[in-house]
Design a protein around this ligand. Structure first.
Ligand code: MG
Length: 385
């Protein structure tokens, strides 16, 4: 369908009528654009539903108030859409990429991914970004005619944020830009930075709520201090929890505004007039000002040091590491303890590397609580199998 609203889009936006298309040809929809369809396919996928029970920083059972990968992805989509609309870019595409960007995440966040990557070291490694693409290209089994969701090139391009030259060579047209040093479309660039804005700010919020980091510590960080001073001055009697939320929302707004203004200027200065120009540009055009990049870096460093390496977070990540490794080793030692559908896949796999990939797909698809339950079933003699 050719959406009349696309006429309001900038000439360098991704226009659905000019998409590089899907891997398998399909008839057009009568009432949705191609990127709307991509977004809808992501929302209806089972990998998307499982994001609800996958860790962002805090494991799901630690509390109902913390972000999960699902709420994180929705926040990324919200921020991405705001930026796309302000720059007259394709909101539907930015949203589709944002909602799909974490589909390949393992249980237990980054520690799960690191553990699985180490397990897969001799079998081609494991990388969540590549796995997100694998989910939408291969692993979802929903369509009669093909594996995966058969998304458009532009959405797949946005999901694949980074890629080694070795992997790029195997990915055909999607891998080309990593070998030829070309850029992705602007909507993909937006989703990438919307991810960063979302997690930096919600980790401040969740970190404060958990008590693992404090306002007193955060005052040392410029981005936080600026807004904290402004809100405290304007509302001297404000309750601490409300103050915290007001500060975080103003931080998000400050970053989003900086990104829109800086990117608008960069796009104008580069003189691009088509998505092809955007792809051929020497730099990414969606960017923060140098001052904001600095400020973001300081916040990231703070979170790494005080939140992600906090002993209570470390205990959970250490447990996650043990669970993922134990599962992988148990399945590789005896594939007949795998559920039947995965046994079928293992039998069809070529060589040990192929079997390891099936095991990695199974583990990566698990939610936190499913991984814990599976660990119990395999290793606790009094647990039902
Ligand atoms: Mg993310």
């Amino acid at each position: 369908m050719d959406d009349s609203r696309t006429q309001d889009l900038a000439p360098y936006a991704a226009l659905p009528g000019r998409s590089r298309g899907r891997r398998y040809r399909e008839p057009e929809s009568a009432y949705r654009t191609e990127y709307q369809r991509d977004r809808d396919r992501v929302i209806h996928s089972s990998a998307f539903r499982r994001l609800e029970y996958k860790t962002q920083v805090f494991v799901n059972h630690e509390g109902d108030m913390f972000r999960t990968r699902l709420t994180h992805s929705i926040e990324v989509a919200q921020i991405g859409r705001s930026i796309a609309r302000a720059l007259r870019l394709n909101e539907d595409l930015a949203e589709a990429v944002a909602l799909a960007h974490d589909l390949g995440h393992t249980p237990f966040g980054h520690s799960g991914q690191d553990a699985l990557n180490r397990c897969m070291k001799d079998y081609g490694g494991f990388e969540h970004n590549l796995q997100s693409l694998r989910v939408v290209d291969e692993l979802e089994e929903r369509y009669a005619e093909f594996n995966g969701l058969n998304l458009t090139f532009e959405t797949r391009e946005g999901i694949l944020k980074h890629c080694s030259p070795r992997d790029a060579r195997e990915l055909g047209d999607l891998g080309e830009r990593f070998l030829n040093k070309r850029q992705p479309g602007l909507e993909a660039q937006i989703a990438n930075l919307a991810d960063e804005i979302a997690y930096n700010n919600h980790d401040v919020d969740d970190g404060l709520r958990s008590g693992l980091i404090t306002v007193e510590q955060l005052i040392g960080i410029e981005l936080f201090r600026e807004q904290h001073e402004a809100v405290s001055r304007a509302y001297p009697d404000i309750a601490p929890r409300r103050l915290q939320h007001e500060v975080v929302r103003r931080m998000i707004n400050r970053q989003v505004t900086d990104l829109i203004d800086t990117s608008r200027a960069a796009i104008a200065a580069a003189g691009v007039s088509s998505i092809e120009n955007v792809r051929a540009a020497s730099d990414l055009l969606i960017r923060f000002s140098p001052q904001m990049s600095e400020a973001n870096l300081a916040l990231k460093r703070f979170l790494r040091e005080h939140l992600y390496r906090h002993y209570r977070v470390r205990r959970m990540t250490a447990k996650a590491d043990r669970i993922v490794r134990a599962l992988f080793e148990a399945f590789m030692a005896d594939v007949e303890v795998l559920p039947m559908d995965y046994q079928h896949k293992v039998r069809k796999a070529e060589a040990v590397a192929g079997q390891a990939r099936v095991v990695a797909d199974y583990i990566a698809g698990m939610t936190d609580r499913y991984a814990i339950a599976e660990y119990e079933r395999l290793f606790n003699p009094s647990e039902r199998t």
